[in-house]
Design a protein around this ligand. Structure first.
Ligand SMILES: Cc1cc2nc3c(=O)[nH]c(=O)nc-3n(C[C@H](O)[C@H](O)[C@H](O)COP(=O)(O)OP(=O)(O)OC[C@H]3O[C@@H](n4cnc5c(N)ncnc54)[C@H](O)[C@@H]3O)c2cc1C
Length: 463
């Protein structure tokens, strides 16, 4: 059983680390876990160090190493990996104070944005929009911008601009010695490669510079289409056949209407970064399937992620299981619907959903597989997730069994040579090859070189 932090240890951290930190930084000792997106298998540190400068991060890492304390960086707190092993004796380094985002206009034609290691997605989009530009991010405003990018970084705009990792220009990193390094293709090229796909295994990124794309009309066409369940096979095969052009993405959700009835519902959410007339042409085959509700409209860029805001809420138990697909199989999705309907008949799990995210890889595929440690740009076409959501821990076994069953269904017709999962959507029980693909050996070699004592071993650890 985990023992709680005793007062001697608290005093030692306060007096040993406290004087080394900047004036805004703080050290907080907790008796119960701090809020995270999911309480399932969540890190439950006894101490949180709220850092505000890059030096604060470096000092905290050095202190933890010197005192043999296990630590975990946290920015958006949305990581649900079951690989975290953080308890009362351990430290979370809360990066949220490092949330400065600046637009760098040195070169008007190709500007960049520099974001602090704890910035969340809404903060990065707000700065891009205020400066007349798009920036590649994930689709949920509350998620750590770098938390998402360091695993690859998929999002609605990736058809136009590529993955998050394809757009990084330079990174500031606190490494496994607590040193602050600048990492880019010219300096530390092997860490540059490893950090862009397996980032949290190699250090804490205190700030990053990423490309931004000037664009006069940044608004998007998005929303939801609701279909009757008899259309599932047609929807799935239409998505499978849909040419996903650069401005497009499309999600398929099995969700419920929410309290009090929790009626299972089939929702399709297309997205188009361009004129409505072009969007309607691009998605004509989907629209022709006859949704019973059509709630598509134009949104300003700053509201492009609005539909996902309900997914942002912290708390509750959300063991989530993902799988990559190279094809969408109608019969599989029918079986998944049947399983889903039975599952959410229990209102206690009625907020759970199952979905596929379908992005255009048009630009991402222009970058060679070897350009970063993100392993699946040529293979995974669709990313899927079972997003369990409930509060009663006694439902864990039922939720886990459901997640595993749906993942098995996806895997059975994934069309891939090997089961593969986008690491940011993985559960935590996958073999390393499933999340790191063919890069496992090279990543492990680099891990031995740059973090031989396994200081950064919380997130899908390589050792
Ligand atoms: C509601 C929701 C929506 C999502 N949408 C998307 C999406 O659109 N696109 C996408 O690609 N992913 C998406 N994800 C997955 C998400 O990218 C991962 O869960 C990611 O790890 C969360 O990052 P975080 O900073 O919020 O979480 P945290 O729990 O704070 O961090 C997750 C991991 O990243 C590490 N980390 C965080 N910041 C840093 C840093 N600065 N330096 C080094 N390591 C760091 C942490 O140590 C931890 O190991 C979504 C997740 C949720 C829950």
């Amino acid at each position: 059983m985990e023992t709680s932090l005793d007062s001697t240890q608290s005093v030692a951290i306060d007096s040993g680390l406290g004087p080394l930190l900047s004036k805004n930084a703080s050290i907080v000792h907790l008796s119960s876990a701090a809020p995270r997106w999911s309480d399932f298998a969540a890190p439950a540190p006894g101490t949180v160090v709220n850092v505000f400068t890059e030096k604060d991060v470096a000092e905290t890492v050095k202190y933890c190493i010197a005192n043999n304390i296990t630590f975990l960086a946290q920015s958006g707190a949305h990581g649900w990996a079951t690989t975290f092993r953080i308890g009362q004796q351990d430290v979370t380094i809360n990066l949220r104070g490092l949330n400065t985002v600046t637009f760098d206009q040195c070169n008007e034609a190709s500007p960049t944005i520099t974001l602090g290691g704890g910035s969340i997605i809404s903060e990065v989009i707000a700065v891009a929009d205020a400066n007349g530009a798009h920036v590649p991010t994930g689709n949920c405003n509350c998620v750590g911008a770098l938390g998402a990018i360091l695993g690859g970084g998929v999002g609605h705009l990736m058809g136009l601009y590529g993955l998050g990792v394809d757009n990084l220009v330079t990174l500031n990193l606190v490494n496994a010695e607590g040193e602050l390094l600048t990492i880019n293709p010219a300096q530390h090229p092997d860490l540059w490669w490893a950090l862009r796909g397996a980032g949290p295994n190699f250090g804490i990124v205190t700030s990053a510079t990423i490309k931004a794309y000037p664009r006069a009309d940044r608004s998007v066409w998005t929303g939801s289409l609701i279909f009757t369940p008899d259309k599932i096979e047609q929807i799935v095969s239409t998505i499978n056949d849909l040419p996903l052009l650069a401005p497009m993405s499309i999600f398929l959700y099995f969700a419920t209407s929410g309290a009090p009835n929790y009626t299972p519902t089939v929702v399709v959410a297309p997205f188009y970064a361009g004129p409505t007339s072009d969007a309607e042409t691009a998605f004509a085959s989907i629209l022709a399937l006859g949704p019973v509700v059509n709630a598509m409209q134009r949104y300003p860029y700053t509201q492009a992620n609005f539909a996902n805001d309900p997914l942002c809420g912290k708390g509750g138990r959300k063991p989530s299981y993902g799988s990559g697909l190279s094809q969408m199989d109608p019969a599989t999705w029918r079986s998944i619907w049947n399983e889903y309907v039975s599952y959410v008949a229990n209102p206690a799990v009625g907020n759970s959903s199952v979905f596929a995210e379908c992005y255009s890889f048009e630009t991402a595929k222009q970058f060679p597989d070897s350009s970063s440690s993100y392993p699946f740009r040529s293979t995974i076409k669709y990313t899927t997730l079972v997003n369990n959501w409930y509060t009663d821990a006694s439902l864990d076994p039922v939720a886990e069994a459901f997640g595993i069953k749906i993942r098995e269904l996806w895997r059975s017709t994934d069309g891939l040579k090997e089961n593969s999962t986008y690491i940011n959507f993985a559960f935590g029980d996958e073999p390393l090859e499933t999340v790191y693909g063919d890069n496992v050996g090279k990543l492990q070699d680099l891990k031995r070189k740059y973090d031989p004592r396994g200081r950064f071993n919380q997130w899908f650890p390589l050792t």
